[in-house]
Design a protein around this ligand. Sequence first.
Ligand code: COA
Length: 260
Amino acid sequence: MSDAFVRVEKRDELAVVVIDRQDKLNALNADVVRELGEAFESLREDDDVRGVIVTGAGEKAFVAGADIGELAKMTPLSGIQVSRDGQDVFTSIERFPKPVLAAVGGYALGGGCELALACHLRVASDNARFGLPEVGLGIIPGYGGTLRLARLVGLGRALEMTLTGGMVDAEKAERIGLVSAVFPREELLDRACAFMGEITKNGPVALRMALESVYLALDSAPGEALRFESALFGFLASTEDMKEGMSAFLEKRKADFKGR
Ligand code: COA
C-alpha cells in the first residue's frame, strides 16, 4: 500500500488512520481516497485491531473537503465516477466490521464532513467546524452526504446545512447529535482513544453483529430487520465471546473476549 497521504498507527488494540496532506488541509484527492480504502482493507482481517479511529494530521483540519483543484476539471461522466469511487470507499467504512470513530480536529467540510458521517461515531475538538459548502461551488455533496446527514441529525438540520453551505461549530454539532462528545484540541486523540476503549472492551463478535443489525435495518423493511436481528441474536449463542461475557458477569470478574 502506498503511504503517501494516509498512514496507519497502532495504539494497543486500536488502529489510527491518519490523513496527512497538510498543505491542502488534508483535502481528498483521488490518491487520498484510494489510500483510505486500502488502509481499511488492510485492517479488516487484522485480528489485533478491535477498533479504528480516523483523523487528520495537523492542527487546522480533519479534512477540508474533496480536492477542488481536481473537481474543477471534472466532466459529467468523470463526475459520476469520482462520486462513485468516493461512495464505495465511504460505504466500506460505514459497513466496516469493527467500530470506526472519526476524531475531528478543525475543519470537516464537504467530503471531510461526509467521511465523518460514514464513520460509526464522531467526536470533535473544540475548534471543529462542520459544513457542506458544495452548493457554493455549484455542486452537491457526492460522497453520501445527502443520505447520511439527514439520517443522523434529521431532515431540517440536514437541509439547513446542505442548502446554506454554512459551518456548524463544535458546540452546535454536539447539540444536534452530529458528534457524541467535544474535547480540547490538544486532548482530542487521547480522549478519542479512551472513548473507543469503552467500546472495544466489549465482545468483538457482538460489536460486529450489532453493526450488521443496525445498518441492515436502515435498508430493509421492519419485519425483515427484526427477523435478521433474531437470527444474529441466536447466532451469538454459538460464540465463545457469549460464554465468556456471561461467565465473567456471574463470576464477578472482567471479561477476556477473544473475538470468537
Ligand atoms: N481542495 C483543495 N485545496 C484546498 C481545499 C480543498 N477542499 N481546502 C483547502 N485547500 C488548500 C487551499 O487552496 C490552500 O492551498 P494553497 O496554500 O496552495 O493556496 C491551503 O489548502 C490552505 O487553505 P487556506 O484556504 O489558505 O486556509 P484558510 O485557513 O484561509 O481557510 C478553509 C480554510 C477551510 C475555510 C478554506 O480552505 C476553504 O474554504 N476550503 C474549501 C472548503 C470546501 O469548499 N470544501 C468542499 C469541497 S467540495
